[in-house]
Design a protein around this ligand. Structure first.
Ligand SMILES: Cc1ncc(COP(=O)(O)O)c(C=O)c1O
Length: 375
C-alpha cells in the first residue's frame, strides 16, 4: 500500500516516546512563557505591532513576488541598511526566514570542490545547507577549534567553516575568536548563525560577531533570524557587499522564494529601532538567564551555564522530559522540551528561554514549579 511505511514509523515513534503534536497558543495565555524565543519581549510591543499593521495597510498582506521581481519594498531596503549598520557589517540581505538565510549562505559559499567544516551541534538549517551545497562536508566535534584547524589543514582549495554562535539546544557559545583564527591560518571563510546572539550578545545586542570583533571582516558572514529578539519573522545574511551581491545572483532560497511579508519587515524594523533606543534590554535578558540558571542549579538540577538567553536542563529520558514539561504547563509555566531527533547527542532536556521583561517574582515562581514537579 502507498505510504504504508508511514504507519510503521509512527508506531516506532510512539514506542520510543517521540511523538510530536501541535498545540495552538491562545492569544491570552495565562501561562508564564519560558518556551518562546521572544527574548526581548518585543513581539507584542505596541510600536512593533503597529508597524506591522501599518506595513500591511501600505503594502498589502503579502510581498506579491520574489525579491527580484515585486517582493522588495522600501521597508526591506531600510531593514537591510539598518540591520547591517547595527551589527557592524557592510551589507545585509533579508530572507523569508532564518532557515532560508542559512540555506543560502552555506550553499552559495561552498561551491563544487570546496570543504565545509561544520560543528556537530549546528542547527538543522545549517546542516541542511551543508546537505544541499556542492562542497563536501566534514562534521567536527562540538566547539572544537583544533578539530576545525586539522580539517582545514587537510584540504586543498576553498573552504568555509560553519557554526552557530550560540547553540540552540544547550545555549552555549562557540569559540568564535578561535574559529576565526583557524580560518585565517588557512584562508577559509567563516559563516556563523547568530540567531540566538542578535539582541542578546554584544554592545546593546549587536550580536556575537560584533562582540568577538569579527563584524565587518572581509572573511566573515553572519546569518540572523528576525523571529527571536526582533519579535517578528524572517531572516538575513550579513557580510561584505560582494558576498551579498553573490547571494542576490545565486542563492536559490533568495531567488525562488517570495519576499518577506511587508508586515514582518515593518515589525522587525520597528523592533530594531526600539533595541537601538533601549539597549539595556540585551543586558536584562542575559541577567534573567543567569538568574534562572543559578536558581535551578542551587536547587540541585543539572543545567548548562547559559552564554545567552537559552537555559538547558537535563532530563533522564524523552518520556520523563515530556512528562516534566507537561507537569510544568499544568502548574502554569510553559517550557520547551527537546528530545531526539532534535538533539545531536540524544540527551533529552527541558529548554527554557529567558526574557528581558521577566520579573524576579516570575523567575522565582518558574523555578519553584520546575523544581517542584521534577521527575
Ligand atoms: C540557530 C538557529 N538558526 C536558524 C533558525 C531558523 O530561523 P527561522 O525560524 O527564522 O527560520 C533557528 C530557529 O528558529 C535557530 O535556532
Amino acid at each position: 500500500m502507498a505510504f504504508g511505511w508511514i504507519d510503521e514509523q509512527a508506531t516506532a515513534r510512539r514506542r520510543a516516546g517521540l511523538v510530536r503534536t501541535l498545540r495552538p497558543r491562545p492569544a491570552d495565555s495565562p501561562l508564564l512563557d519560558l518556551a518562546g524565543n521572544d527574548y526581548l519581549g518585543l513581539a507584542r510591543h505596541p510600536e512593533v505591532t503597529e508597524a506591522a499593521a501599518a506595513a500591511a495597510r501600505t503594502w498589502g498582506g503579502g510581498s506579491t513576488g520574489s525579491r527580484l521581481v515585486t517582493g522588495t519594498t522600501d521597508l526591506h531596503t531600510e531593514l537591510e541598511r539598518e540591520l547591517a549598520a547595527f551589527c557592524g557589517f557592510e551589507a545585509a540581505l533579508v530572507f523569508s526566514s532564518g532557515y532560508a538565510a542559512n540555506l543560502a549562505a552555506v550553499t552559495a559559499l561552498a561551491p563544487h570542490g570546496s570543504l565545509i567544516v561544520s560543528d556537530a551541534g549546528n542547527h538543522a538549517s545549517l546542516i541542511d545547507g551543508c546537505r544541499l551545497a556542492r562542497g563536501t562536508t566534514q562534521v567536527v566535534p562540538h566547539a572544537d577549534a583544533d578539530a576545525v584547524r586539522k580539517a582545514l589543514g587537510a584540504h586543498d582549495g576553498p573552504a568555509v567553516v560553519v557554526s552557530d554562535t550560540v547553540f540552540s539546544v544547550d545555549g552555549d557559545a562557540a569559540p568564535l575568536a578561535e574559529l576565526a583564527r583557524a580560518c585565517r591560518e588557512h584562508g577559509a571563510g567563516l559563516v556563523v548563525d547568530d540567531a540566538h546572539g542578535l539582541g542578546v550578545l554584544g554592545d546593546g545586542g549587536r550580536g556575537a560577531p560584533y562582540a568577538a570583533g569579527l563584524a565587518g571582516a572581509a572573511d566573515v558572514v553572519a546569518t540572523v533570524t528576525l523571529s527571536k529578539s526582533l519579535g517578528s519573522q524572517g531572516g538575513a545574511v550579513l557580510g561584505p557587499a560582494r558576498v551579498v551581491d553573490h547571494l542576490v545572483n545565486t542563492a536559490r532560497t533568495f531567488i525562488f522564494d517570495t519576499g518577506l511579508a511587508p508586515a514582518a519587515a515593518g515589525a522587525a524594523l520597528a523592533a530594531l529601532r526600539l533595541l537601538r533606543r533601549e539597549p539595556h534590554r540585551a543586558a536584562r535578558v542575559r541577567e534573567a538567564a543567569a538568574g534562572l540558571h543559578a536558581r535551578l542549579t542551587a536547587a540541585g538540577l543539572e543545567a548548562v551555564r547559559p552564554d545567552a538567553a537559552v537555559v538547558s536542563v537535563r532530563a533522564p529520558s524523552p518520556e520523563a522530559a515530556v512528562g516534566w514539561a507537561a507537569a510544568c504547563r499544568a502548574a502554569g509555566v510553559a517550557v520547551g522540551c527537546f528530545r531526539p531527533p532534535s538533539v545531536p547527542d540524544g540527551v533529552s532536556r527541558l529548554r527554557l528561554t529567558a526574557r528581558a521583561d521577566l520579573t524576579r517574582e516570575q523567575l522565582d515562581r518558574a523555578v519553584r514549579v520546575i523544581v517542584g514537579v521534577r521527575p
